[in-house]
Design a binder for this molecule. Structure first.
Ligand code: SF4
Length: 379
């Protein structure tokens, strides 16, 4: 008998461990195989933490720091040093991850931006991303927080793909005592507006949910159905990340329970079931020891993995060595392929700014995967 069509009530029961959980996992694999077969991708990247200053106050975050305690901007020279090292290590993506609009909270941020002739942190992202493209050929993937359509338009000629985690669609998580209280950029409405703009502006886009930050099972399911609507409406959502919360020392949520692997695998499988075959589904491989379990839950991507730089958002969790990632993926019966920050389906002039198109197109092989750059002195 075929597995039932996606349904919120059934999804809630399955996430709670009731009913045909094995059937859900099998359905997730079946749906994944329809579009992606047994090919799993990753993006060879360097992490560029452009600024660790942020105006928000998420209670699980160790990335954001105040001025004088690690909160700072990278200089253009810093950015080029990281990305040139990435070029020599045959990386193809420069992931720009940064705090949200720090200039609205910290005078130090405003002074730094003034010294660089930038009106905003988003302008500084554009300035440094352009440098990276011109000097190294790495492709920036901008993950700078909430973006207005105008800001996205400024980034489009320097960043062929962009991203913003929805995290969760529930505004309840912004209430006092909840993880997004005091974080205006975590307003789901603002984040949904950014994701919608990516569709209108034809920007290949990454979004996702963060699981285990204090939301209910109902809110996880609601978020997945919101995401399903956004995928259908925009056409721009190339991948959805399903990320498990990891409790970090020195944060208010340091004693909170992390999602169990069994529960989280059910969320991943439900995401595939609800989102369908077309979208790429990613779980980071550095946040679970036995990460292969998610191949059995319908994923087809490991996301950005770096041979050089740490995961600045989860610094306690090293990425697996790329040889190990390949060996373990292949041992599970899959082919591991390097991809660009833009997936093969979006390698089209409709989706890439004309300024960037020659750079992006020349980085891909005939099937749209990442060409291994041939670099003298590379390791
Ligand atoms: S918006 Fe991002 S960087 Fe800022 S506090 Fe929240 S999680 Fe940290």
């Amino acid at each position: 008998m075929p597995f039932p069509e996606p349904d919120p009530q059934l999804a809630e029961a399955l996430l709670a461990g009731h009913g045909d959980v094995a059937g859900l996992l099998a359905e997730a694999r079946r749906v994944r195989d329809l579009a992606h077969g047994h090919t799993v991708t990753y993006s060879r990247k360097v992490f560029v933490p452009l600024t660790t200053l942020c105006r928000d106050r998420c209670t699980y975050c160790t990335f954001a720091r105040p001025p004088g305690a690690g909160g700072e901007y990278l200089t253009p020279e810093d950015v080029l040093a990281i990305t040139e090292a990435g070029r020599l290590a045959r990386c193809t993506e420069a992931l720009f991850t940064l705090g949200d609009r720090p200039e609205d909270r910290w005078p130090e941020a405003r002074r730094f931006l003034d010294s660089r002739g930038c009106a905003s942190t988003l302008d500084y992202v554009a300035q440094t991303a352009r440098l990276v493209v011109e000097e190294t050929g790495l492709l920036p993937h901008a993950n700078p927080g909430v973006m207005s359509p105008a800001e996205m338009e400024v980034l489009r000629p320097v960043s062929p793909s962009m991203g913003l985690m929805l995290e969760n669609s529930s505004p309840r998580l912004m209430d006092p005592g909840m993880p997004h209280h005091g974080s205006p950029d975590k307003d789901p409405a603002a984040r949904i507006a950014t994701i919608r703009a990516s569709g209108r502006l034809r920007v290949p886009f990454t979004t996702g949910i963060l699981v285990g930050i204090g939301e209910t099972v109902t809110e996880i399911v609601d978020s997945l159905f919101v995401m399903r609507d956004l995928v259908a409406e925009t056409g721009s959502v190339q991948e959805v990340i399903v990320q498990n919360f990891r409790a970090k020392a020195d944060t208010p949520k340091r004693r909170d329970a992390e999602p169990t692997v069994q529960f989280f695998a059910r969320v991943v499988a439900a995401a595939r079931w609800i989102l369908g075959p077309g979208v790429h589904l990613q779980v980071p491989p550095n946040l679970t020891e036995r990460f292969e379990v998610y191949l059995d839950a319908g994923i087809d991507d490991w996301g950005g993995v770096s041979p050089l730089t740490i995961d600045w958002v989860n610094p306690e969790a090293p990425w697996p060595h790329l040889d190990e990632l390949r060996a373990r993926t292949e041992a599970a019966g899959f082919r591991l392929m390097p991809r660009l920050p833009v997936y093969p389906e979006y390698l089209d002039p409709e989706w890439i700014d004309p300024v960037l198109w020659p750079v992006v197109a020349s980085a891909a092989d005939d099937d749209g995967y990442a060409l291994a750059p041939q670099i003298e002195g590379a390791r």
